[in-house]
Design a protein around this ligand. Sequence first.
Ligand SMILES: C[S@@+](CC[C@H](N)C(=O)[O-])C[C@H]1O[C@@H](n2cnc3c(N)ncnc32)[C@H](O)[C@@H]1O
Length: 383
Amino acid sequence: MSNTKIQDPVFRRFYSHLNSAVTILQLYDGRIPFAHFVKNYFSQHKKFGSKDRRQISELCYCYFRLGRSYPQLATGQKIVKGYWLSKASWPDEWLAFFDSFHLPKESPDHIFPAVHSFSAGINNDAFTRSHLIQPDLFLRVRPGHKGAVTDKLKTADIPFVLTDDSLRLSNSVRVEDLVRLNQEVVVQDLSSQRVAKLLQLYQTVNKNEMVPLVWDCCAASGGKSILANDILQQMELTVSDIRPTILFNLKKRFQEARVKNYRAFVGDATSANPGRLFDLIIADVPCSGSGTWARTPEQLLYFEPGSIDAFVKLQSSITANIIQYLKPGGYLLYITCSVFEKENEGQVNLLQNKGLQLVEQLVLKGYKQKADTMFAALMKAPM
Ligand SMILES: C[S@@+](CC[C@H](N)C(=O)[O-])C[C@H]1O[C@@H](n2cnc3c(N)ncnc32)[C@H](O)[C@@H]1O
């Protein structure tokens, strides 16, 4: 680390945060999400105020964002390089400060683990570099709440960008203090919101006049179910997940979101029998999450490449089971937050081999918009 004596309190504080970040990174082994780890660390080390906590965490994330680039650098130097690259421009005094660390001029060359080919149309270079910057926070405004929500943000003087029903905000905004979460808005990444396109398509191609029976078989806390509720307006919903605790969160969230007409059960989608047939099954399957690693950049260092094949196997076991519960001519909405072709088009191919017809698939590229990258496919069962 540089010996430069910098008296400016801004840089002295930076050094102090840098030293704390180095200590934390030396303790972290990737076994739990870094967000949980750092939260536990701060709850055991009460001397850090909230601003310090935020800055120290950001420095740790800057380190992860470089992935396996610059193996020759000490941890502190790598943090500073990541911090430098995390913003497009810096004032001159900061550039002089960074210079004092004798950092390499070359661009990072091992940000993303090259473990498998990407889905069609993903630009390798742009996607990889997008990990250097923290994505934005996105909210989906629920039907009928646009005016009230934007008024609240304006009154609180919070900068935002509204595009259709999607709000983009800085990550530092505490939205829960400003608007009613789940009732007025849902915290949902931009690409996740774009899955709406396939739900709207389902509405136009589905010729059944009855209220559709819908099963969200990997529901988690219900983000896609609430989206389906807002688009389809009327549906008879079944939700399930393998984790009982997440269904507890779902029930609380559904109460806030005023989603009432549903039944829930704990079930392993590789073998669960929901006891009826459905017009639409939503399978937002467990996956590598590789389209969201700009939000969890520790994965760039700690992700186990071997686990992709385990995810692929799990995904095909889930789809093999659930398609048995599609009505003749019913629809499957298959979703991942992965960029790997194996988890995306590869699974669609398997389903086509089982007789399903592809209606439309979308590679939801978020990397140019400070958002996640996802994949969604709408498929139709034979009549
Ligand atoms: C990507 S998340 C779903 C996110 C959710 N649809 C949303 O929009 O908020 C995948 C979910 O699948 C669940 N899961 C993993 N393996 C499963 C299995 N074998 N059967 C059912 N659910 C499973 C996980 O517990 C997790 O909640």
